[in-house]
Design a protein around this ligand. Structure first.
Ligand code: ADP
Ligand code: MG
Length: 708
């Protein structure tokens, strides 16, 4: 760590006043430690080496000796080294026999030394800085050589060489100072190794505004700070900003941080900083009788229509009651997952991107462009890890405690699909690869969009058959909305008008002019009702403080809805609703209560949740043939009536095989027709049966059941 300092002193030679000030600083540090940290040093000495660091509060040092504190910022290596010496100097009092070489770490730097990652520029090089970061990548822990002991193979002279841990080159003596020759042997037992880990941090999403790109920075962790972090962790850091020569580009230097102290922060997006005035404003807003309409009116106002989708998204932003557990300790997911499925060019992507900006912590990813690491999490061998393993966090992990906006869900790869599956229900992602087994927190609410397999939505087909998404994944979504682009003169005119106004507003603003008075009313409709900044704070506050509970009336209303619908199912021989949808309704009604900062779920909240759930089910959970609710459409990808007809066809094939030892297409067709299944549909059913492996064709036009 102090190699740089050493080389500097070597080249310049010790400056007399430096030596003098250094010993003065060391004395002052010794006094400081004795007066403020004596008992903690005692305890450290007792527990060393299980405990290896003394953590000093910057404010205390600043209070005791502002000059040394200032020097710590300006010349951190020097002061940290002196502080270590000062600490080691306490050793005689503790009559310790063994080596006592603890780290000295500094926490709580004042705000003026706290930067965002993108502001860590070259003026701060070799200074002590503080910043916040989310772990994006982290390598496994490796022992790095810090002090190498070499023996000259000719004359056995011992040389001690401090290593530069940031590159992989072994620092060797250039020649033997005794015999001038150049062959050495590394004495590993006598050399000193230190655990190190390389990390890439990125700006926490909740700290960014608008469409900024999250800036990364590489950092090194050592000794007792290793093995603490996993990808997705949000961390507060104190460290020294350094530069290293880039391996590839000659004169370009890479920045990195040598970490002195770190601590984990909460990763929830609720910790958006709110001032007293903010809270007052938030509370005032919650008393508006039209608060609900106003929130919905603030979701992507530039996008025309979709009142139900916007309402669902509003609820999703608040989420259900957090921190609930079943009596047996099972965690209950509070996040609401929503899927938009439908025609291209219907503003799905736009909607997702808007919500990314509105959510206090939101990440947008597209299934088309994202690799496995992009969406969930992976372990890889790569350059960053210098041939070792690197754990990488994808969007779901980075968005933990917030929202993940997943576009083109139908295009994501198999591997991601299965971790997405896991993340949506258990809110974790596990990676098991070559001896690495880790679990990442991935409690993000998911708003996803998907396009149909054949370009356009066909309302006569079942949704599960039109999307490249397995039904098991599909059924993990609380709400599913088909987004259809059907020509409708009135709607088309209104949409065109809306889009044109949006463009005109944007255009006049771009050239700094104001709109004519009569257009102002129209302009309003394309602007958010509540300022996005305030809404973000409002959501944040609600998520942090409001934990609504169902009232008796609301509970009764939900129960009745569920039981009534199940009863209908009984009489029509289908399953219209399952416990999953019941949980969705509970989550939605809790979110609705949170929307007005109420800790009681009232009957109106239950009604709203039921209405939304019903609208969705009417659109996607209805068998197009019978017009009845049938949850199997979502859960298994096939309606009861279709399943029944598939069963009929299998029966026919089995019977024909039993009787004639063969089922030819013509015979199947005749039998099927008798049972009311037409030729076209029979073709589809046979295809499905083959795909599912229920039947196979040993010869052209001949069908056999896979099991008798
Ligand atoms: P998708 O992702 O559904 O294929 P996009 O989000 O890319 O569609 O939208 C295509 C374009 O059409 C966007 O520029 C969007 O603004 C516009 N658009 C489509 N529907 C609407 C709407 N209802 N209101 C406003 N703009 C719309
Ligand atoms: Mg799109």
């Amino acid at each position: 760590m102090d190699q740089e300092e050493e080389t500097l002193t070597e080249t310049l030679g010790p400056q007399p006043e430096d030596v003098a000030t250094s010993s003065k600083y060391q004395e002052e540090l010794e006094e400081f430690l004795q007066s403020r940290y004596a008992s903690r040093i005692d305890s450290l000495a007792t527990h060393y080496p299980e405990e290896k660091s003394l953590i000093i509060d910057y404010n205390e040092l600043d209070e005791y000796n502002p000059e040394v504190a200032e020097m710590l910022i300006k010349d951190p290596y020097r002061i940290i080294t002196l502080a270590k010496k000062a600490l080691e100097a306490q050793k005689p009092m503790m009559s310790l026999e063994r080596t006592f070489k603890p780290n000295v770490r500094f926490k709580n730097l004042p705000d003026e030394y706290e930067f965002s990652i993108k502001d860590l520029n070259s003026s701060l090089i070799n200074k002590l800085v503080a910043f916040e970061g989310t772990v994006k990548k982290i390598t496994e822990v490796k022992p790095k050589l810090v002090k190498a002991i070499f023996e000259c193979v000719h004359c056995n002279k011992i040389h001690q060489i401090k290593q530069n841990y940031k590159d992989n080159k072994l620092g060797k003596p250039s020649k033997c100072i005794a015999c001038n020759r150049k062959s050495f042997e590394l004495l590993e037992e006598d050399s000193e190794f230190l655990d190190t880990q390389k990390v890439e941090f990125q700006e926490p999403i909740e700290n960014m505004r608008g469409k900024e790109q999250a800036k990364p920075i590489t950092a090194w962790i050592q000794d007792d700070l290793t093995n603490i972090l996993t990808p997705g962790d949000k961390v507060g850091i104190t460290g020294v900003l350094r530069i290293a020569e880039s391996k590839k580009k000659g004169s370009i230097y890479n920045k990195y941080v040598d970490i002195n102290h770190l601590y984990k922060k909460q990763t929830e997006f609720e910790d958006l900083e709110l001032t007293e005035e903010d809270i007052e404003e938030v509370k005032k807003l919650s008393n508006d009788p039209l608060i609900y309409e106003r929130i919905v009116g603030s979701i992507a106002p530039s996008i025309y229509g979709y009142p139900n989708i916007k309402e669902a998204i509003a609820l999703q932003l608040f989420g259900g009651t957090q921190g609930k557990e079943k009596p047996d300790g099972m965690h209950i997911r509070p996040d609401i997952h929503i899927l938009l499925i439908g025609d291209p060019g219907t503003a799905k992507s736009q909607l997702l991107q808007y919500v990314e900006g509105l959510s206090p912590k939101g990440i947008y990813v597209s299934g088309k462009s994202s690799s496995a690491a992009g969406l969930t999490a992976t372990a890889e061998k790569d350059e960053f890890g210098e041939e070792g393993w690197t754990l990488k966090a994808g969007a779901l992990v980075l968005a933990a405690g917030g929202m993940a906006l997943v576009d083109e869900l139908d295009k994501i790869g198999k591997e991601d699909r299965s971790s997405l599956h896991q993340a949506m229900e258990s809110q974790r992602i596990s990676v098991a690869k070559a001896g690495i087994v880790t679990t990442f927190k991935a409690n993000a609410a998911i708003l996803a969009a998907a396009n149909p397999k054949y370009g356009r939505f066909d309302k006569y087909e079942l949704p599960a058959e039109q999307f490249n998404i397995p039904p098991t994944l599909m059924s993990r979504f609380d709400l599913m909305f088909p987004v259809k682009d059907e020509p409708n003169r009135e709607k088309d005119r209104a949409l065109a008008k809306h889009i044109l106004i949006t463009h005109r507003v944007a255009g006049t603003r771009a050239i700094g002019r104001k709109l004519e008075a009569e257009k102002e009313e129209e302009e309003k409709r394309t602007l958010p009702d509540i300022d996005p900044d305030l809404l973000r704070k409002y959501i944040s506050y609600s998520r942090r403080h409001i934990r609504p509970v169902l009232t008796d009336e609301a509970e009764e209303r939900i129960r009745d809805f569920y039981i009534d619908l199940r009863k209908v199912g009984e009489s029509q021989d289908s399953v219209p609703i399952t416990a999953r949808q019941l949980e969705t309704i509970i989550r939605l009604s809790e979110a609705s209560a949170k929307g007005r900062l109420s800790d009681k779920v009232e009957i109106e909240d239950a009604e709203r949740a039921i209405r939304l759930q019903k609208t969705c089910m009417q659109e996607v959970g209805v068998d197009p043939e019978t017009g009845k609710f049938d949850i199997d459409i979502i859960a298994t990808g096939s309606s009861k009536s279709k399943m029944n007809r598939m069963k009929t066809v299998i029966r026919i094939i089995k019977d024909l095989n039993k009787e004639y030892d063969e089922a030819g297409y013509e015979a199947i067709k005749d039998e099927a027709k008798e049972k009311g299944i037409e030729k076209e549909e029979l073709g589809d059913i046979l295809k499905d049966l083959k795909k599912n492996g229920d039947v196979y064709t040993p010869a052209y036009g001949v069908y056999k059941p896979t099991e008798e």
